[in-house]
Every structure is written in structure tokens, then in C-alpha cells.
Design a protein around this ligand. Structure first.
Ligand code: NM2
Length: 537
């Protein structure tokens, strides 16, 4: 076992932090639930607005970058063409950023909004239906994808412009922090990034596992209990471990490709054999609602709830704030990946590409799967909400899929899809976690190191599932995401600093202000008109 390559302070720091959270939760589950819920309320009610402001600022910043001089920078050498065509690029982007959670939330998110809408709207009213179709797309839309893209800016810039491969987030802060990243500050940044990612993956794995368990239970008749859930988590780690260990590097790539086709098949099937027109119309309509209310949704803090003027629903804390935190904890990790696949694109293409393609992909899932559930509910053919309130969300998700023609087969496809998604989450997260704790990475992180983090990743979701409750799962991301708010700002500043310096230093660079000479233009126009005149007879 090669241990010389390991950056021990980061390795131990991150693992101790993880154990420091998980062990007390398992030893004192009851007090644990209490503490976790208090942490959730404390963070979201005091600092919730910070997450919302961060979301808006990141969105505005990326639009600014895309259309500024910095947006024209090519990520590569002069004249280089994009390494991947747009379709593969978008597919890889989606595969990296999206996991089993989209299967979970696309199917069921509307039911939560319908029962607990924002803006003081009557639950289960006609108005609530409208919002329930739009909010899912919002939480998986342009702001969310902007959060994903920001860390890709400095990382891609260092990779392809300054030609310095970066695998650590601390390294991406170097232009701003200088030498200090070589000391404890750098370790702290990396540990916080790892802690966030473990929190985010914890939320993903703890949501996905019970859903897979329900799918297997539906197919085999076995009970979806904690034993089965533990077994599933270990199975997914094992699938991944096997492919990592046997050197089947292509194994995971193959799994992601299978996943892409299975997902397209599932979406196509629901769209064609489900209520096609309803799905199309409702999705189109919800895009309109989203565009009309984009900023209202992005800034809804339920401001009058605290003083009793409004009934307090906890909508922003339970949803928008939680979601921004959840995207945030994955952001540096997805950023590393987006950077890697963006060689030969301009910064503007990379930024607009993630925001547009990412959002479109999510619209497909939510528009087709979510509105299918809504359709069943509205037409009275299946009471998804009643089912959810009685048996829980994971069971309701499987039951909704079970309403399709060829029910068993579709549940099988859905479950396999979720399992592969989960295995690829283990693969990619453990890759990054192990790479961050190494001083150097040649081709691949050390095998034992990777397996270590893959198994470490099981700990938090096991504890969270054991405690139970959606709020508990959300807390992992919300708490883990908090320090990342500040790291995001550092990443943005680092990028601006480095790229502005280089732009200024570039030979022949001239500021892009164009001075309009009105006189000349008028003259030219006059000449043109004269030329166009038909020759006089
Ligand atoms: N996000 C996209 O399981 C997953 O889909 C991982 C979750 C941040 C909500 C990402």
C-alpha cells in the first residue's frame, strides 16, 4: 500500500469530520434527530437568505462573464476545435451533474408543492396546480446550473489556458490567496469541499436507496426494510468497487452510456404511451409561468411569515434554500468535470451550454415524469397524493411508474436506472475525494484510497436513513453547503483576477470599446442610397 502520496492532514481531517458527525448520530439516534432538526432550522432561518442571494449573484455573474471580453477566451490553443461535439458534451455534462435524485424528484416533487404551495396560496387549489408544475423546473433550472458552472471557470481556465492541471479546489483559489493555499488555509478549503460533497452525496444516497428498495420490493415481494436498504447501498458500492478494482475503467463509462439510453427510453415511453398532449401542454405552460415569475421565485423568502402577517409554510427553507445548498455542495466536483470536457470551447460556450442544456434536460424529466403523476392525480385514475401520505414518497414513486403499460417491466427499468445512477455517484464522488487527498495523481488515484472513500461515502447515508425524515436528509446538504458559499466567491474572484491579468498582458490586446463615428456612417448611407438609385432615363 503506497501511503507516501497521501496528503495526510486533508485525509485525516475530512475523515475525522465525517466520523464526528456520523458516530454520535448512530449512538444517540433520538438526540441525533433533535440536534439535526435544530441545526436545519438554525441554518435556514438565520442564513437562508444568504443561499438565495448567492444563487442570484452567481447567475448574474455568469451571464456577465459570458458576454464580457473574458467570455471570448478559448479554452485551448489558438484555432483549437471543441474536443467533443455538442451532443456528447451535453450528455456527459448531464451524466456528471445529475444522479438518481432526478428520478425521485421528477416523479414526486409536484405532489409536495401541490400540498404546500408558496406565496400564501391555498393548498390543493387550482392555483397550486399551476405552481406545482413550474417549481420543479425552477429548482432544477438556470440558477441551479449556474451554481454548477461557476467553479468550472477557474478550473477550466487553469487547465487549458495556463496549462496547470487543477484537481483541488484550494489550488483554484491560488490567484486570490497566493502562497497561503500551501498552508493550513488550503487544507481547510479542501476539507470543507470534501465535507460538502459527502453531505450532498449523503442526501442523494439516502434518498435514492429507499426508492430502489421499493422498486425491488415491488418486483420480488420482499419487504423494503432497513436491511434491504443497507444491502442496496453496499451492492452499489460493490458494483463500483468491482469495476474499479478489476481495472475495468471502461466499466463505469459503459454503465453511464447504458444509463443515458435507458433514461431516454423511459422518457420516450412515458411520453408516447402516457397522455402526450397533456404532457406537452402542461410543460409548455409551466415554462411560461417560470419565465414570468423567475425573480419572484428566486427571491421568495416568505418575509412576512415571521411577524405573523402570513401563515408560515417554511417553503423557502424546505425547498429553494435546500436546493441551492444541494447544488452548491456538488458544484466544485461537477466544475472539475465540466472543465475537463470543455477543451476547445470558449468560456461563453461553456457557460451558456451548461445553463441551457442542463436546464433543458431537467425540463424533459420533470415535464414528462412529473406531469404524468399529476395527470393521474387530476383525472382520478390514481391517487398519488393519498398513496404518498400513507406509504411515503419512495413507495408512491414506484406506484406512479407502476401505472404505466407493461407496469412490471417499466418498474424494472426504472429501478435498474436508479441503481446504475447510484453506482456512478459512488464512482465519481470517490474519484474526486481520493484525488483531493493525494499530493499527486498519476492517471488515477490509488486504488485502496478510492475504495476507502467509496465505503466512507456509505456511512452518512446509512446514518441518515436510520434517523429518517426528509428534513434530516436535507440538513446534510444545507450544513455541508454553508462554507461553500464563501468558497464560491473566492473561486469567482480568482477567475476574474487571473483572466483579467492575462487579458491585459496579452500582446495586441486592445480594449473592445468601439467608437461610432456618426458622420462617416451617414456619409456611407448617403452614398449607398445614391448607388441604389435606378439610373436616370
Ligand atoms: N442535485 C442535482 O443525485 C443527484 O442527482 C445528484 C443532485 C444537486 C440536485 C445531484
Amino acid at each position: 500500500m503506497n501511503t507516501k502520496l497521501i496528503d495526510w492532514p486533508t485525509f485525516i481531517g475530512a475523515f475525522v469530520l465525517l466520523l464526528g458527525v456520523v458516530v454520535p448520530l448512530i449512538i444517540f439516534p433520538e438526540a441525533g434527530v433533535e440536534v439535526v432538526n435544530q441545526a436545519n432550522t438554525f441554518m435556514t432561518s438565520n442564513f437562508g437568505v444568504l443561499y438565495l442571494i448567492m444563487g442570484l449573484l452567481v447567475f448574474a455573474f455568469l451571464i456577465f462573464v459570458a458576454f464580457s471580453a473574458n467570455g471570448h477566451i478559448l479554452l485551448g490553443d489558438e484555432g483549437e476545435k471543441p474536443e467533443f461535439n455538442s451532443f456528447s458534451w451535453a450528455a456527459m455534462l448531464f451524466a456528471a451533474g445529475i444522479g438518481s435524485s432526478i428520478l425521485y424528484w421528477a416523479v414526486i416533487e409536484w405532489a409536495y408543492y401541490y400540498q404546500g404551495p408558496p406565496f400564501g396560496i391555498e393548498p390543493e387549489s387550482k392555483e397550486a396546480i399551476q405552481w406545482s408544475t413550474a417549481y420543479g423546473i425552477f429548482h432544477w433550472g438556470p440558477i441551479a446550473w449556474a451554481i454548477y458552472t461557476l467553479p468550472a471557470l477557474p478550473i477550466a481556465y487553469f487547465y487549458y489556458v495556463r496549462k496547470k492541471p487543477v484537481l483541488k479546489i484550494s489550488e483554484a483559489c491560488r490567484p486570490l490567496l497566493g502562497r497561503t493555499v500551501d498552508g493550513p488555509v488550503g487544507h481547510i478549503i479542501d476539507i470543507l469541499f470534501m465535507f460538502g460533497l459527502m453531505g450532498g452525496a449523503g442526501t442523494t444516497l439516502a434518498l435514492g436507496t429507499p426508492m430502489i428498495a421499493e422498486g425491488i420490493s415491488e418486483l420480488t415481494g420482499l419487504e423494503a426494510d432497513m436491511t434491504m436498504q443497507t444491502f442496496i447501498l453496499l451492492l452499489c458500492t460493490a458494483i463500483f468497487a468491482f469495476s474499479a478494482y478489476s481495472g475495468l475503467k471502461k466499466g463505469i463509462k459503459l454503465l453511464s452510456d447504458i444509463n443515458l439510453w435507458l433514461a431516454l427510453f423511459l422518457l420516450g415511453f412515458i411520453f408516447l404511451f402516457g397522455p402526450t398532449r397533456f404532457l406537452t401542454e402542461t410543460t409548455t405552460n409551466s415554462i411560461g409561468i417560470l419565465m414570468d415569475n423567475f425573480f419572484k421565485m428566486a427571491t421568495w423568502t416568505e418575509p412576512f411569515g415571521d411577524i405573523g402577517a402570513f401563515e408560515e409554510t417554511g417553503f423557502p427553507e424546505g425547498w429553494t434554500i435546500f436546493y441551492w445548498a444541494w447544488w452548491l455542495v456538488y458544484a466544485p466536483f461537477v466544475g472539475l468535470f465540466v472543465a475537463r470536457i470543455s477543451r476547445g470551447r470558449t468560456i461563453r460556450q461553456m457557460v451558456l451550454g451548461t445553463m441551457v442544456y442542463g436546464t433543458l434536460g431537467c425540463v424533459l424529466f420533470f415535464g414528462i415524469m412529473g406531469n404524468f403523476g399529476l395527470y393521474l392525480q387530476m383525472t382520478g385514475s390514481f391517487d398519488a397524493i393519498g398513496y404518498m401520505n400513507e406509504y411515503g414518497a419512495p413507495a408512491a414513486i414506484i406506484a406512479i411508474i407502476g401505472q404505466l403499460p407493461l407496469a412490471k417491466f417499466m418498474v424494472l427499468i426504472f429501478t435498474v436506472l436508479a441503481i446504475i445512477f447510484l453506482a456512478t455517484t459512488f464512482d465519481s464522488s470517490s474519484y474526486i475525494l481520493s484525488a483531493v487527498v493525494q499530493k499527486e495523481v498519476e492517471n488515477e488515484p490509488l486504488r485502496w484510497n478510492r475504495l476507502f472513500w467509496a465505503f466512507a461515502l456509505c456511512l452518512l447515508p446509512l446514518a441518515l436513513m436510520f434517523l429518517g425524515g426528509l428534513g434530516t436528509l436535507q440538513t446534510a446538504s444545507i450544513v455541508g453547503g454553508f462554507p461553500l458559499i464563501f468558497i464560491m466567491f473566492m473561486l469567482a474572484l480568482s477567475f476574474m483576477k487571473a483572466s483579467n491579468e492575462d487579458i491585459r498582458a496579452s500582446e495586441g490586446y486592445e480594449p473592445k470599446t468601439i467608437h461610432i463615428n456618426r458622420k462617416k456612417i451617414l456619409e456611407r448611407l448617403r452614398k449607398k442610397r445614391y448607388q441604389q438609385k435606378p439610373p436616370e432615363q
